[in-house]
Design a protein around this ligand. Structure first.
Ligand code: QBB
Length: 338
């Protein structure tokens, strides 16, 4: 949907303060006027994107297919002549990275709670044939219920031939990159994700990285050697899991399916990680359809037919945000827009 100026955004959103600015995007907090719900709007300038524009298209297409309670939800996409706006789920707690830094390191129990959520999101992606390829604490946000939400799918890959297909582009952040990826060999996206999860788990438990060096050459050498410090606060079970994740040989590395009921993962909790999505997209929510069809003075059938196009326009946004209100126990009501 290409409109010529900010009008489409301003018509439905009140833009507030900047909450983050990355390489080629700025993220602002905003209010979705028809529902009053808070959202995050990722704003990108197409000219500034240059050769990175395909990454944005990759991210948008991936997020349209990824519906999971630990994956940040895309509500709407607005494209003007100069800009792309992605309307996304707002995560009031900010980045997991800052959360760890503020606490030095997390307890084993808190690390387990967060790591289980990461396993759930990654297992969901891998079972759908996607690899994230840029897993790191900066790409895991915390929502107002202390749930982690995975963001930044600009580098994710869905190999044509499925997850057994090899990838070649070297990408992601060096400190989290798997040895086979930085060696320039062909690699499996899913296996590289499991290595990054090992680096992530290490960062949660220790508050610093397993492989770190200001000199990129030295960093690569440390990653390929796969040797890291084991501070004395790490439990024997944590050491076992880290060893299974940070296996230099990708063929010896643990897979996400084995992680689901790993003893460290189920310690103190007793149940394996549930990776299936709680959101099913196939069935539209009757209450939301009712509110929307009444509000727009069309029949339910017409509204259902419109919604089932999943255009990621203002209708898709209104649907998802009303549904979020309903699941959070708030009234399923749309304000009249003046
Ligand atoms: O909500 C987001 N960021 C956010 C929200 C609140 C706060 C921060 C980031 C960081 N400072 C604390 C408050 C957000 C959501 C989606 C996204 F792709 C990128 C960022």
């Amino acid at each position: 949907m290409v409109v010529e100026e900010y009008s489409e955004v301003a018509r439905h959103y009140r833009i507030k303060e900047t909450v983050g600015s990355g390489g080629f995007a700025k993220v602002k907090r905003a209010v979705h006027l028809p529902t009053g719900e808070i959202v995050a709007i990722k704003i990108m300038d197409k000219a500034a994107l240059g050769s990175d524009l395909p990454r944005v298209k990759t991210e948008i297409e991936a997020m349209k297919n990824l519906h999971h309670h630990h994956i940040c939800r895309l509500y709407q996409v607005i494209e003007t002549s100069r800009k792309i706006f992605m309307i996304l789920e707002y995560c009031s707690g900010g980045e997991l990275f800052d959360y760890i830094v503020q606490r030095d390191r997390l307890s084993e129990g808190e690390s387990r709670t967060f790591f289980r959520q990461i396993v759930s999101a990654v297992a969901y992606m891998h079972n759908l044939g996607y690899a994230h390829r840029d897993l790191k604490p900066e790409n895991l946000l915390i929502d107002d219920e202390q749930n982690l939400k995975l963001i930044d799918f600009g580098l994710c890959a869905k190999p044509k031939g499925g997850m057994s297909d090899h990838l070649y582009t070297c990408c992601g952040s060096p400190a989290y990159a798997a040895p086979e990826l930085i060696a320039g060999k062909s690699y499996m996206g899913s296996e590289a994700d499991l290595w990054s999860m090992g680096v992530l788990l290490y960062a949660l438990l220790n508050g610093f990285l397993p492989f770190d060096d200001d000199n990129i050459g030295m960093l690569y050498r440390k990653i390929k050697a796969g040797k890291y410090d084991t501070p004395d606060w790490l439990s024997p079970d944590s050491l076992i899991l880290l060893k299974q994740l940070l296996q230099v040989d990708p063929k010896r590395r643990i897979t996400v399916d084995k992680l689901l009921n790993h003893s460290w993962i189920t310690n103190d909790i007793g149940v394996p990680v549930e990776w299936h999505s709680k959101h099913q997209m196939s069935v539209l929510d009757e209450d939301v359809v009712t509110e929307m069809s009444v509000h727009r003075k069309v029949s339910r059938e017409t509204m259902k037919a419109e919604l089932e196009k999943w255009n990621y326009d203002y209708l898709t946004a209104a649907y998802f945000l009303l549904l979020k209100k309903k699941t959070s126990g708030r009234p399923v009501r749309l304000q009249i827009l003046y």
